[in-house]
Write a protein that binds this ligand. Structure first.
Ligand code: ADP
Length: 512
């Protein structure tokens, strides 16, 4: 309950809250001051009335002692009548030494008045306050002889009316000051909150420059107006400086982004031209290279006549190097095609088991001159037929197997193929017991031209393009490639590809 009220209060505008608080304070102060004044006045009046009563009673005790001694009812009645003419005195009573009233129309009656009796035994003056009167009395003595008593009733009505008037005046003054205070509070709180509202609007503008303004008018350049040089004014000034700094930074950032955009466009254009150039160059290089390799093979076969042993040795070297150059040029051509998104997959049904057997036969000679055993496993989970680009799959696996043989001096190289129908993938893994790859190089070996040992004196030949091409081809086929390796223990490369059984199922692959 209290919390809900508090929340409502907190949601009120600041100016309204300030005005309510100041007005309440003013009202409380005015009411307290009025009540205090009334109390003071009442106290003074009571004291004065008591004094007056004492004075009247003392005077009567002296002036009417003889009349009382003589029990002169007429004289006492005169005194009473005379006294009662005063607007202040409501009634006066004399009592004889037995406490019986005398000096009135009932003078001489024998009935005892309890008040009269009480007064005879009271020393000093007795007072009793009633709602609109003060009753007072005292005993009258002469030379230690008790003569009787006297009591007066004084009216407080005049005073009560005065207090009521004061209360009314106080209320009017309280209402008047509350209204004036409220007005002042509104003016004051607006003087505080208007600059704050300006500042708020300026902040909103800064955050969302295109948003439609709902706040008060701002200076035309979208800055906060500095109304005065007080704390709020200083805040507005500081805000404007900050806004300037932010706007400048934004302009700088825009300019930088623009420059960056231009640079990106230029880089893209340069990359495209480079791709085109490389593709053309690769093509131009392959044609004469094929001719060199072809004529070398013809000479080796003896088509140009018998050749000596030395000539055969030279021709073989020529042929080998021609082949390496052709592989390199083909790799570069592949990579440029991949970069230009110009690789098209030839999706057809194929028998993965035959593919694997053919691959095994193709790479088996690589283990010949080494102390390396080559094994392969095809698990039963692998379907008989799959749909995909068989040639590209072969290209990837041949690359992984060539690396495995290249980086393994002794031990085993294993090719394993299996399928996981639930995960809708089929996998090929190539494991070796070779040199392994250090952890820091595991990510970079898939980047172009990256090798663990990139020095010119490195022990293993190669261009650093094979894995980059393999990864890109696997991606294009909708799969992924990962590597696990330990230095000196060996490496395992695993390729996982979508398990697609018919050519119709092939999902289009978005180039990375
Ligand atoms: P290349 O073999 O022509 O250098 P790759 O892109 O095929 O280029 O391989 C990049 C690098 O990754 C290799 O130079 C080698 O350092 C490392 N690498 C690849 N396969 C293996 C492996 N089976 N064992 C150890 N290192 C390997």
């Amino acid at each position: 309950m209290f919390k809900a009220l508090r929340q409502r209060w907190d949601n009120f505008p600041l100016a309204a809250r300030l005005a309510v608080m100041i007005t309440s304070l003013v009202v409380v102060v005015v009411i307290s001051v009025t009540l205090l004044a009334i109390r003071r006045e009442q106290q003074t009046f009571r004291t004065e009335l008591r004094n007056q009563a004492s004075l009247i009673l003392d005077t009567l005790a002296v002036s009417s002692a003889d009349d009382l001694y003589l029990l002169d009812g007429d004289a006492l009645s005169d005194t009473v009548m005379h006294l009662n003419e005063s607007p202040l005195v409501i009634a006066t009573h004399f009592y004889d030494d037995q406490g019986r009233p005398i000096g009135e129309t009932t003078a001489g009656e024998l009935a005892v008045d309890p008040l009269g009796q009480q007064l005879l035994t009271t020393s000093g003056t007795w007072f009793d306050w009633e709602s609109d009167s003060l009753r007072a009395g005292r005993a009258i003595t002469a030379e230690r002889q008790q003569l009787g008593a006297v009591s007066v009733v004084l009216s407080t009505r005049a005073h009560n009316e005065k207090v009521a008037d004061t209360r009314q005046e106080g209320l009017i003054i309280a209402l008047g000051t509350a209204a004036l205070g409220g007005l002042l509070a509104i003016i004051m709180s607006q003087a505080i909150t208007n600059p704050l509202k300006d500042l708020l609007e300026a902040t909103r503008r800064l955050a969302a420059p295109d948003a439609v303004s709902v706040g008060p008018a701002l200076s035309t350049d979208g800055k906060a107006i500095v109304h005065a040089h007080d704390e709020v004014g200083q805040l507005a000034q500081a805000f404007n400086e900050m806004a300037d700094a932010i706007q400048k930074r934004e302009r700088d950032l825009r300019a930088q982004a623009e420059n960056l955009h231009v640079a990106t466009l230029r880089a893209q254009e340069a990359s495209r031209i480079k791709g085109e150039f490389l593709a053309n160059m690769s093509h131009e290089l392959r044609t004469p290279l094929n001719a060199i390799i072809g004529f070398g093979e013809l000479l080796l076969m003896g088509a140009g006549g018998p050749i000596s042993e030395q000539q055969e040795h030279y021709l073989k070297r020529l042929h080998e190097n021609g082949q390496r150059l052709l592989t390199l040029v083909s790799d570069i051509l592949d990579l440029t095609r991949i970069e230009a998104n110009r690789v098209e997959l030839a999706i057809k049904p194929f028998a993965p088991r035959s593919t694997v057997e053919r691959l095994v036969a193709q790479v088996a000679p690589l283990s010949k001159d080494k102390n390396v055993t080559f094994t392969h496993t095809i698990e039963a989970s692998l379907p008989q037929t799959l749909a995909g680009d068989e040639k590209r799959v072969e290209q990837v696996v041949v690359n992984l197997l060539s690396n495995a043989f290249k980086f393994t001096e002794q031990g085993t190289v294993t090719l394993k193929v299996w399928a996981d129908p639930e995960a809708k993938t089929w996998m090929l893994s190539v494991s070796d017991t070779g040199v392994g790859i250090p952890p820091h190089a595991l990510d970079v070996i898939f980047e172009e031209f990256r090798q663990v040992d990139g020095s010119s004196t490195r022990a293993y030949a190669g261009t650093g393009l094979g894995l980059a091409i393999a990864r890109n081809l696997v991606r294009i086929m909708g799969g992924q490639i990962k590597v696990d390796s330990q230095l000196e223990k060996g490496s395992t490369f695993t390729v996982s590809l979508p398990l697609v059984l018919t050519a119709e199922e092939v999902a289009p692959v978005v180039p990375a």
